[in-house]
Write a protein that binds this ligand. Sequence first.
Ligand code: AP5
Length: 218
Amino acid sequence: MNLIIFGPPGAGKGTQSSFLVNDQKMYQLSTGDLLRAELKSGSDLSKQLKEIMDSGKLVSDDIINNLIEKKISDPSVKNNIIFDGFPRNLEQAKSLDLMLNKYDQQISGILNLKVDYSVLVKRISGRVSCSVCKKPFNEFFDPPVEAKDCNNKQCNSRELIKRSDDNESTVKNRLKTYDEQTLPILDYYRQKGIVKDVDAMKAINEVTEQIKAIINDL
Ligand code: AP5
């Protein structure tokens, strides 16, 4: 089963993906995490990427599709991928269909995290993530557990990281980009009858329960 977790910045895509990784043993393919890993390399490409990401715009489809195909073609994660932060426009959605078809796979469901924009700035401004396993926590809603209590023992060397694009002006632009380019692709998936709406205004564990119920029905 391959799934897409969908929603605006701060909706909880990364948070709920952590559950799918730990509980359902799925592979999380987060384009944001892959891009942030590239940023650390200090390459010429990383400088361009940082500028784009800090402006809240989308990185070019060519770069993204390349990253995605490397993973879709990997037999060890075949039919077990949770796509987080991808696709983000109609071109990426169509490319994803072509790539999945090429490697004899498909999408079983889109988990559409529905959330009022009014809560997003607080969720994003309170976010800190584990430097090892990337799990997001929140200073207001979901304080970080002690690293020693984490499922992943390597998290003992954890630092808590704040993202450079988690500031108010970039968040405004990220939401604008989401509204203009990403939200419209829901119609593309609704026509295929695979969109599953999730009330993401609820507490984190209640959102997880809704997702569990959806997965059981797929
Ligand atoms: P990306 O990293 O994908 O960021 P995003 O889509 O903006 O989403 P976020 O990671 O901000 O939010 P999330 O929904 O994962 O929320 P989280 O679970 O962390 O993209 C960053 C940039 O990379 C883009 O702007 C773009 O430039 C580029 N990019 C990435 N993919 C691309 C692509 N495909 N094409 C082109 N460019 C691309 O939760 C947020 C906080 O809220 C956490 O602190 C969490 O603890 C808390 N929280 C979560 N759920 C709840 C809840 N139910 N109640 C209370 N608090 C909650």
